[in-house]
Design a protein around this ligand. Structure first.
Ligand code: ASP
Length: 325
């Protein structure tokens, strides 16, 4: 009998963190840990994905995430094709499906997709026979970001459970926040959302988090301060009076950071708006800031996810409504 290579993660895709259970998250993180170590050695390349094809399909701009997936696939010996598609807002749904069906005919093994619409990756998974990784869909989820954040924290603190994590800033527009809330909750950490009222989604408490509209209150004694980018491109209307005001009340600087635990980690998914949500002084603090390590862990996490999905492909059910593989 052919046994499934990675029995602890049996999903066909990685569309989000919501719904994953601790054993699945741990399986992905443990595998990523191996790659994190290997990526620091001189010999970074291997053959785990030899013969496999990965397509990076990006409908939204991205530098670091696309590069990170590309490097991850290369390091595992896969062939990688990058497609950056300018999305016309009128025909977005149609474009997505047409593109998916076309790509499907080329028999990729893994499709990595980023799209401005929530649910785009899940929709695509219905139209293709390969594995799909959500690399960010609108304000919905960005699962590999949450995994790389978790790996970074776990390496520094040795655990996730019992930690107090403040996610600060533009939570409303952030898929990073949403994926992190699910992951940290399921792994036993406690999440606080900190930000101005208009940038915290209504009903946020139902996600099992505490909400603080005063950053000084919200940062008290936390283990991790996770800053979010102000997402101007997703804002219609005025969410705060001015950048200066925002920085004064919700920008992370030395003074506000002093309220967190003395060894609290500083995180940011990038790209950073320096002087808006974070002061350069704390962003570049070698002792406390793990922002560069997050980028490093990103490659390791994406290697793990790509490898596991590709290896399990013949043992997981296609969710496609098209013909079977
Ligand atoms: N790079 C992250 C994302 O794609 C965070 C951000 O853009 O602010 O969601």
């Amino acid at each position: 009998m052919n046994t499934i290579p990675f029995p602890d993660y049996r999903h066909r895709h990685l569309l989000g963190i919501e719904g994953l259970v601790p054993i699945e998250v741990t399986a992905l993180l443990d595998r990523a840990e191996i790659y994190a170590q290997r990526n620091r050695s001189p010999d970074k390349f291997s053959e785990e994905m030899r013969g496999r094809t990965v397509i990076n399909l990006f409908f939204e701009n991205s530098t670091r995430t696309r590069t990170s997936f590309e490097l991850a696939a290369h390091r595992l010996g896969a062939n990688v094709i990058n497609m950056t598609v300018g999305s016309s807002s009128v025909a977005k749904g149609e474009t997505l499906i047409d593109t998916a069906v076309t790509l499907n005919a080329m028999h990729p093994d893994v499709l990595v997709v980023r799209h401005a619409e929530s649910g785009a990756a899940a929709l695509l998974a219905q139209k293709v026979n390969c594995a799909v990784i959500n690399a960010g869909d609108g304000a919905h989820e960005h699962p590999t970001q949450a995994l790389l954040d978790a790996l970074t924290i776990r390496r520094r603190r040795g655990k996730l459970s019992g930690l107090e994590v403040a996610i600060c800033g533009d939570v409303l527009h952030s898929r990073v926040a949403r994926s992190n809330i699910h992951l940290l909750n399921v792994m036993g950490a406690h999440v606080r959302l900190v930000g101005p009222r208009p940038l915290i989604p209504s009903g946020a408490q139902e996600l099992g988090v505490d909400v603080f509209y005063d950053m000084r209150e919200g940062l008290k004694d936390v283990d991790v301060v996770m800053m979010l980018r102000i997402q101007m491109e997703r804002m219609q209307g005025n969410f705060f009076p001015s950048v200066r005001e925002y920085f004064r009340y919700f920008g992370l600087d030395r003074e506000k950071l002093a309220l967190a635990k003395p060894d609290a980690l500083i995180m940011h998914p990038g790209p950073m708006n320096r002087g808006v949500e974070i002061d350069s002084d704390v962003a570049d603090d070698f002792e406390r800031s793990v922002i560069r390590e997050q980028v490093e862990m990103g490659v390791a996490v994406r290697m793990a996810v790509l490898e596991i999905l590709a290896a399990n492909l013949d043992h997981t059910e296609s969710t496609s409504t098209l013909e079977k593989r």
